[in-house]
Design a protein around this ligand. Structure first.
Ligand SMILES: Cc1ncc(COP(=O)(O)O)c(C=O)c1O
Length: 429
């Protein structure tokens, strides 16, 4: 069984809290702290590198966790980066990622953004033919070195989560593998630099079979392009979408299983094309743990304990707004950082924001909360800090990295002054 998805265990969470308290990352005034386990992150990147063919470019999705220190760590450990916006391209450059290892996927690239990326030699995946034409109008074979792929909608069945399922009929992404097939093939006959196929079918809620069905569609298309245009497709970008674990009972497919299927089912593909992956969630989610102080506890009815903490919809945007689809598991530590034992008492966790829906969990059994206890939110290294909401304007908590038993700041807690600056006309200076 793969160790890839191993999570930060309750006893590890306890040890991380103690380390943070001993070294001043948590103090009596702290509200929340997020810790990213960098050893775990490194191990995951190594597993990806070993599982997939050696020349695969693992362009980790920046949107999952855009902290520059985390991105740098990924790059130093051999990965590339996938950018969903020009701002993320700049984050990748700030993390010292080689431009040819940056994959720029925005569906709304402007002329300036395309020009900038061509000048740098950044890999571009286009979302449609008009974008391809923009690139064709600008591409100078003597100067530019960017590789360009096209996002294909493989039109497979949708995954379990509608809003993050993006590879079925009607998706706003890519060109239709069925309706636009001949146009796709013709385009590959025209431009030498147009040399990649890209597919991404969803984030979480997608099965291994669905990921493999999508790739099967892409492989069929690749073979047809090769046969009809007599040229090779240099890159096949399989996107992200490998699920992460949020629930002790889940057993998502491992990268090894995914890679083994690709190698077994498509030997021709891996022989002739370089693979690119764009995993985000399955890389980062399990590396992150958040601690938030129980500020108040109240009991408005005999069977209902409510605890108010410092992280709500600002941090867990999807779990609050789409609570049937996105969930986390929680633990409770006492004021000294010792795990409390779950008992019969049921707790509702209220976030700090001023709307009634800001509840991150209802009636869960984590032990009886008391003020100054600490709530532990598991598996929150992806799409949490990166989706921080400004509603009510609470500052983003400090994020620390833990490596070889040492803690260091990856991003310090935002202060009220930071927020005043953020909303001011002169926020840049
Ligand atoms: C184009 C693209 N690539 C990669 C990803 C990362 O997906 P995940 O974090 O589920 O691996 C996303 C997520 O939305 C995406 O849109």
């Amino acid at each position: 069984m793969s160790s890839y998805h191993s999570r930060i265990s309750p006893s590890e969470a306890e040890a991380i809290w103690t380390c943070a308290a001993q070294h001043g990352f948590l103090n009596p005034d702290s509200r929340s702290l997020i810790v990213h386990d960098l050893n775990r992150l490194k191990a995951r990147i190594q597993i990806l590198q070993t599982a997939f063919p050696a020349n695969t470019l693992h362009a980790i999705a920046i949107k999952a966790n855009p902290l520059v220190e985390v991105l740098k760590f990924c790059v130093q450990n051999g990965s590339g980066l996938e950018a969903a916006s020009i701002e993320e391209v700049h984050l990748a450059l700030a993390a010292d990622c080689h431009p040819q290892r940056i994959v720029f996927d925005s569906p709304a690239k402007t002329l300036d953004e395309i020009r900038f990326c061509l000048e740098k030699g950044i890999h571009l995946n286009v979302n449609g033919f008009s974008e391809l034409q923009r690139i064709a109008d600008m591409y100078d074979d003597d100067v530019h070195r960017s590789n360009v792929g096209i996002r294909i909608n493989p039109e497979i069945s949708a995954g379990a989560i509608g809003q993050t399922s993006v590879g079925s009929i009607g998706s706003k992404f890519g060109v239709s593998i069925n309706q636009q097939r001949s146009q796709i093939i013709d385009a590959f006959g025209q431009f030498e630099w147009f040399n990649g196929l890209h597919v991404h079918v969803g984030s979480q809620g997608v099965t291994l079979d669905q990921l493999c069905t999508a790739l099967q569609q892409i492989e069929g298309l690749r073979q047809e392009i090769v046969a009809k245009t007599n040229r090779n497709i240099s890159f096949v970008d399989i996107g992200g979408g490998l699920p992460a674990i949020y629930d002790s009972n889940a057993s998502p497919p491992s990268p090894e299983e995914y890679a083994d299927r690709i190698k077994a089912e498509h030997p021709d593909l891996v022989r002739h094309s370089q693979l690119i992956t764009e995993f985000g969630r399955c890389v980062h989610a399990g590396c992150g743990v958040a601690f938030s102080k129980i500020e108040y506890v109240k009991q408005n009815s005999s069977d209902r304990v409510e605890a108010t903490i410092h992280l709500g919809a600002d941090f867990l945007l999807r779990p609050v707004y789409r609570s049937t689809e996105w969930k986390h598991e929680f633990l409770l530590l006492d004021a000294k950082g010792k795990l409390k034992t779950p008992n019969q008492s049921k707790t509702t966790l209220n976030g700090p924001l001023c709307f009634g829906g800001d509840v991150i969990a209802r009636d869960i059994q984590i032990g009886a909360p008391e003020p100054d206890d600490w709530l532990v939110i598991r598996d929150c290294g992806a799409y949490t800090t990166s989706m921080w909401s400004r509603h009510c304007n609470r500052g983003i908590p400090g994020v620390a990295g833990l490596i070889d038993g040492q803690m260091q700041w990856l991003r310090q807690q935002e202060t009220p002054e930071d927020l005043v600056r953020y909303w001011s006309n002169n926020h840049n200076g």
